[in-house]
Write a protein that binds this ligand. Sequence first.
Ligand code: AMP
Length: 206
Amino acid sequence: MNIILLGAPGSGKGTEASLISKDLSIPTISTGDIIRDNIKNKTELGILSQNYINLGQLVPDDLVINLVKERLTQTDVLNGYILDGFPRTVTQAQALQSFSKIDKIILIDTNYDVIEERILSRRTCPVCKRVYNTKTYKSDFCEVCKAKLIIRDDDNKETVKNRYDVYLKETAPLIDFYKNQGLLYKVNGNLQADEVYKEIKQILQK
Ligand code: AMP
């Protein structure tokens, strides 16, 4: 099954993606993670993306579309995949339709105050990309790979607001785009991660 997780930054896409990935044994493709790895490795894509990501703006469509198109040629996606953070614009969604077929789009619907609180207390494992929250996880190290957790450069109060505005302007139009295709399902992203996942599981079983 090919799944898109749609939702504002901090809505819990990464957390829910790892749960689905484990359950269905299909990979998560997070464009944010791929771009951050490219920045770390100083690749051409990384150098071109750095300013956009730090300001909370979207990386240009053609760069992101090409990276997803290429990623989807790898054999591990043959039984399905989860897209986390892509598409983020109607142009990206139209491009995706030209090279892959999506079965379900799950919108994680979350209020801004919840998003801000989650992002400001988010810690990320730089190795396996697992996401933690300081409210519920008290260690500074990843429970799986033991790496020291980091705060993403774009997880600060100023950028959160920018990213949310960009979401409303560029990404929220995808809700109607997919609703019109009859592929959109909505879950309540204000709940705890395991409660959200219960809703997602019901959708995946439909
Ligand atoms: P994320 O990890 O999904 O929150 O993404 C972090 C940042 O990476 C975003 O604020 C954008 O700068 C960039 N990014 C990730 N995915 C995309 C995308 N599909 N289109 C454009 N920029 C993206």
